[in-house]
Design a protein around this ligand. Structure first.
Ligand code: SAH
Ligand code: DHB
Ligand code: MG
Length: 221
């Protein structure tokens, strides 16, 4: 199995089941133009996140790591018009680009892009009583994943879903001797899911146009 084959299948699946409309296309074009890195989820992954939101009847969603708002748009389209999605981003250029993309998609009534380091904005969100969130998508700096998981659980209710992106990273996660701080933090995240009584979870490995990676999916008990 080659990476070319994964990409071919991803293209086939995306075009069939997760076609991008003009708002998603324009979000990517504007992000590229603004010089943002192309590290957003794939269309098929965006659709998966949206389906999770729909399946759990999510009315409140928390996202940690906005970039240009591509995953945000997929997720926000999975909540009803009186729902709310708060997405956290510390880079002002990313946040501004995302706000414009979200507005163009007609989702600015549902979505709030909150600027700041997530470990500083998460306590604000708790203090403002904006939770509990039905679904949380963790996708910012990997070294903080264990702390993000702790916050996500605190901001959850029984049955809330917590998804984290990029937990496999070409298989590096299985290398216990790897001293890359991101890999170590992701391993700690998974170990927390294994031992923390507040959550039960698993990992779904993924291949596609963004290479070999995976999602951690957990349910708060
Ligand atoms: N979820 C997006 C991709 C996010 S990329 C999508 O799939 O479309 C990760 C983002 O997290 C980047 O925009 C980066 O600036 C942001 N980020 C990194 N560290 C952060 C921090 N400490 N607080 C908030 N955002 C952070
Ligand atoms: C990369 C990909 C991601 O999905 C992310 O959240 C951060 C970085 C990357 O490919 O470098
Ligand atoms: Mg990611």
């Amino acid at each position: 199995m080659t990476r070319d084959k994964w990409t071919d299948v991803d293209k086939y699946v995306s075009e069939l089941l997760a076609p991008e409309d003009s708002a998603l296309h324009e979000a990517l074009a504007a992000s590229r133009k603004a010089g943002l890195p192309s590290i957003q989820v794939t269309p098929a992954q965006g659709k998966f996140l949206q389906l999770l939101a729909i399946a759990c009847g999510a009315k409140r969603i928390l996202e940690i790591g906005t970039l240009g708002g591509y995953s945000t748009i997929w997720l926000a389209r999975g909540v009803p018009s009186d729902g709310r999605l708060i997405t956290l981003e510390f880079d002002s250029k990313h946040a501004e680009t995302a706000r414009a993309n979200i507005k163009r998609a007609g989702l600015d009534k549902i979505v709030e892009v909150r600027l700041g380091k997530a470990l500083e904005t998460l306590p604000q969100i708790q203090a403002e009583g904006l939770g509990p969130f039905d679904l949380t998508f963790i996708d910012a700096d990997k070294v903080s994943y264990p702390e993000y998981l702790d916050w996500a659980i605190k901001l959850s209710r029984r049955g809330s879903i917590i998804v984290a992106d990029n937990v496999v990273r070409d298989g590096k996660v299985a290398d216990a001797s790897c001293d890359d701080p991101s890999v170590k933090a992701v391993r700690r995240y998974l170990e927390m899911m294994a031992s923390d009584k507040r959550i039960s979870g698993t990992v779904i490995q993924t291949v596609g146009s963004k290479g070999y990676d995976g999602f951690a999916v957990g349910v708060v008990g």
